[in-house]
Design a protein around this ligand. Structure first.
Ligand code: NAP
Length: 305
C-alpha cells in the first residue's frame, strides 16, 4: 500500500493551491484527480473576478494553476476515490480500481457538481439537447433557440455566453428577482437575445429524437406554456462531491457540505477540507484558492506541530 505524508483529493483551484503551499512547506504531497485538473472552472466560459486576471477563461486559469502547482513537483495521480476512512493515525483512501493509499493527512478538495432538475425528459435528452456546460456544448446551438434554467451567477453569465451562438436564449427562473450579482444581471437583461421568463419552473423537456420544446409553468398564475427550443442548459446550483466519505466520518451540513473551522480543519484530526465542498457562504475561485492555502498550512501544523 502506498504511503504519503499528505494526499489532496481533487485538482481544482482549492486542491492545486493546497499543493503549491504544501510543497513550498516541504510536505510530501500526492494530488489525486479523477479527470483533467482544473475542476469546475473548466466548464466556465469567462472568469472576470479573479484578481489580477481580468481576461481569464476557465480553461486558461485551470492551466495556469496546474502549471504553477507542477512547478513545485507534487506527485499527481489519476484516480477516483471510492472511500475515505480512518484507521488510528492513518487516513485510508480506497480507489475505484481497488488500490489503497494511506496518508498521515488528507485535504478534501473534491468540489461540487451540477444539480439536476429531475423533470420528465431531463435524463432522456441529456446529450441530445440537455446540457450542464455551456462552454462544452454552446457551439452545437449556432443560430438556434435555447433555454437556460436558473437565476444564479452561473445561469445568468452562461446565458450571456450562449448568446454568442444561439439566436435567442430564454432565461427561465422560478422567482421574480435573480440571485446573481446585479452587474451580471444588468448585462444579461441588456442583451437583446436574452428573453427572461420569470416566476416560472421547468415542468418537462419534450421532443422526438432530440429536444424540441420545454413546458414551463408560471408559479403565480399556474399557466403552462410550451416554448420551442433546441437546447436546455440547466444551471440550478451544485451538490458537493462527498459520496466517498465513510458514513458518519465527518461532520457535514444538510446536503453533504463538509463543516470546517477557519483553518479548514474538519471534525476529524488530520482531515481538512477546502473549496466548494465545504459548508461556506461564498463559492468562488478566489475563496477556493484561499481555502487551499489555509488547509495546507493547517496540514503542516498537524504533521509537524
Ligand atoms: P446558485 O447561486 O446556488 O444559484 C442556483 C439558482 O438555481 C438559483 O437562482 C435558484 O433559485 C435556482 N434553483 C435552485 N434549485 C432549483 C430548482 N429545483 N428549480 C429551479 N431553479 C432552482 O448556483 P450557481 O449559479 O451555480 O452558483 C454556485 C456558486 O458559484 C455561487 O456561490 C455563485 O455565486 C458562484 N459563482 C460565481 C460566479 C461569479 O462570481 N462570476 C460565477 C458562477 C458561480 P433561487 O434563486 O430561487 O434560489
Amino acid at each position: 500500500m502506498e504511503k504519503h505524508e499528505l494526499v489532496i483529493i481533487g485538482a481544482g483551484p482549492a486542491g492545486l493551491s493546497a499543493a503549491i503551499y504544501a510543497r513550498r512547506a516541504g510536505i510530501g504531497t500526492l494530488v489525486l484527480e479523477k479527470g483533467r485538473p482544473g475542476g469546475q472552472i473548466l466548464t466556465t466560459s469567462r472568469i472576470e473576478n479573479y484578481p489580477g486576471l481580468p481576461e481569464a477563461t476557465g480553461a486558461s486559469l485551470a492551466e495556469a494553476l496546474r502549471a504553477h502547482a507542477l512547478s513545485f513537483a507534487p506527485r499527481f495521480m489519476t484516480g477516483s476515490v471510492q472511500k475515505l476512512s480512518c484507521c488510528g493515525a492513518d487516513r485510508i483512501i480506497e480507489l475505484k480500481d481497488g488500490s489503497r493509499i494511506t496518508a498521515r493527512a488528507v485535504i478534501i478538495a473534491s468540489g461540487a457538481g451540477f444539480r439536476r432538475q429531475g423533470c420528465p425528459g431531463e435524463g432522456r435528452y441529456t446529450g441530445l439537447g440537455v446540457s450542464y456546460c455551456a462552454v462544452c456544448d454552446a457551439a452545437f446551438f449556432e443560430g438556434l433557440e435555447v433555454a437556460v434554467i436558473g437565476g444564479g451567477n452561473t445561469a445568468v453569465e452562461e446565458a450571456v455566453y450562449l448568446t454568442g451562438f444561439a439566436s435567442r436564449v430564454y432565461l427561465v427562473h422560478r422567482r421574480d428577482t435573480f440571485r446573481a450579482d446585479s452587474l451580471a444581471v444588468e448585462r444579461a437583461l441588456a442583451n437583446p437575445r436574452i428573453v427572461p421568463v420569470m416566476d416560472s419552473v421547468l415542468e418537462a423537456i419534450e421532443g422526438s429524437d432530440v429536444v424540441e420544446r420545454i413546458l414551463v409553468r408560471n408559479v403565480r398564475s399556474g399557466e403552462q406554456r410550451r416554448i420551442p427550443v433546441s437546447g436546455v442548459f440547466i444551471f440550478i446550483g451544485t451538490l458537493p462531491h462527498t459520496e466517498f466519505l465513510e458514513e458518519g466520518l465527518l461532520r457535514t451540513k444538510e446536503g453533504g457540505w463538509i463543516v470546517t473551522d477557519e483553518s479548514m480543519r474538519t471534525s476529524v484530526p488530520g482531515i481538512f477540507a477546502a473549496g466548494d465542498v465545504r459548508d461556506t457562504p461564498l463559492r468562488q475561485v478566489i475563496t477556493a484558492a484561499g481555502d487551499g492555502a489555509r488547509a495546507a498550512m493547517a496540514a503542516y501544523g498537524y504533521l509537524h506541530g
